[in-house]
Design a protein around this ligand. Structure first.
Ligand SMILES: Cc1cc2nc3c(=O)[nH]c(=O)nc-3n(C[C@H](O)[C@H](O)[C@H](O)COP(=O)(O)OP(=O)(O)OC[C@H]3O[C@@H](n4cnc5c(N)ncnc54)[C@H](O)[C@@H]3O)c2cc1C
Ligand code: FES
Length: 279
């Protein structure tokens, strides 16, 4: 293995420098690589992911939710099982193993000059937050930005503290929608698809990005197409059980593609070629 590739396969230590309680069962961890050179090597693009490990417990896949230009990296984690449960006991100063970055992120170079519609469902928001931070940093390179973020209940809303800064930018519209009306919420309600339908876009110059539960991705891609966005300009981030993260173990295949290596972001046009019956 070439010396420069070692970090790709072997976890390197990062220190937990901040923990944010986002919502019940969801925490954001801010991490600083112990050796500054390791951050340089962990040079990621929004939509790529890393494998994060706790010695003797396990390893789990997370997308980075921070801007790629920050020295420290952030991941938001929903507690669902062994590794995530152990991560929830971590304190400031604890160490976690990090390897990656892996996969193919959102094609931000390809969509330069376009308007972008970002649609996130639940814990699918983290990679798209990284996308949004990237677009805002290079604001002049992109057109209008719409973000539609859907959650089941008000309690599930994450990144509330980031909203005011995002909304300050010109031509950026953020819509948070809660599935059902309730007393504690006077904002938008309904499914993300209800809000995509209302957008007035120029389809020839718009890209649609989405990440969330598989059933949501299917309906979101249908709504994007009804707005007139071409399948080549619709980019969806898929989730699969992963183990190696580098296209070796076969855990994450769809046909002859590996989600870890060829994705997790695929255009709708690519997905149709891979699994015509679903998409
Ligand atoms: C590319 C990618 C990016 C991801 N980004 C995030 C993120 O930003 N934040 C986040 O909270 N989660 C994210 N996930 C999901 C996350 O990897 C899993 O929730 C995590 O691996 C669970 O680890 P665990 O050891 O705690 O759970 P386990 O003990 O391994 O499993 C608990 C339960 O979750 C199921 N499960 C585990 N992994 C997955 C999976 N990938 N898909 C579906 N079911 C699964 C298991 O079957 C089991 O029922 C991402 C997954 C992928 C593939
Ligand atoms: S996780 Fe091993 S091939 Fe994708």
């Amino acid at each position: 293995m070439p010396k420069s590739d070692r970090h790709t396969y072997k976890p390197v230590p990062a220190e937990v420098v901040r923990i944010i309680d986002e919502a019940p069962g969801i925490k954001t961890f801010r991490l600083r690589f112990e050796r500054p050179g390791d951050r340089k090597r962990f040079d990621f693009l929004p939509g790529q992911f890393g494998l994060f490990s706790l010695m003797g417990i396990g390893e789990a896949t997370f997308s980075m939710c921070s801007s790629p230009r920050e020295e420290e990296i952030e991941i938001s984690v929903r507690n669902v099982g062994n590794t995530t449960d152990a991560m929830f006991t971590m304190k400031k100063g604890d160490l976690i193993g990090v390897r990656g970055p892996y996969g193919k992120g959102f094609p931000l170079d390809v969509v330069k000059g376009k308007d972008v519609v970002i649609v996130a469902g639940g814990i699918g928001f983290p990679p798209l937050v990284s996308v949004l931070e990237y677009l805002l940093f290079r604001r002049k390179d992109y057109g209008k930005i719409w973000v539609i973020y859907g959650v089941k209940t008000v309690d599930d809303i994450v990144y509330r503290y980031k909203g005011p800064r995002w909304r300050k930018h010109k031509d950026v519209t953020i819509t948070t929608t809660v599935e059902k009306k309730c007393r504690e919420w006077n904002g938008c309600t309904g499914m993300v698809t209800d809000h995509i339908r209302k957008l007035k876009i120029n389809p020839a110059n718009t890209a649609g990005f989405s990440c969330g539960p598989p059933v949501m991705l299917k309906f979101v891609s249908e709504e994007f197409q009804k707005l007139g966005i071409e399948p080549e300009n619709i980019h969806l981030s898929l989730e699969r059980m992963m183990q190696c993260g580098i296209g070796k173990c076969g855990h994450c295949n769809i046909g002859d593609k590996y989600v870890c290596r060829d994705g997790p972001v695929f255009s709708l046009a690519e997905l149709r070629r891979m699994q015509e019956d679903v998409w």
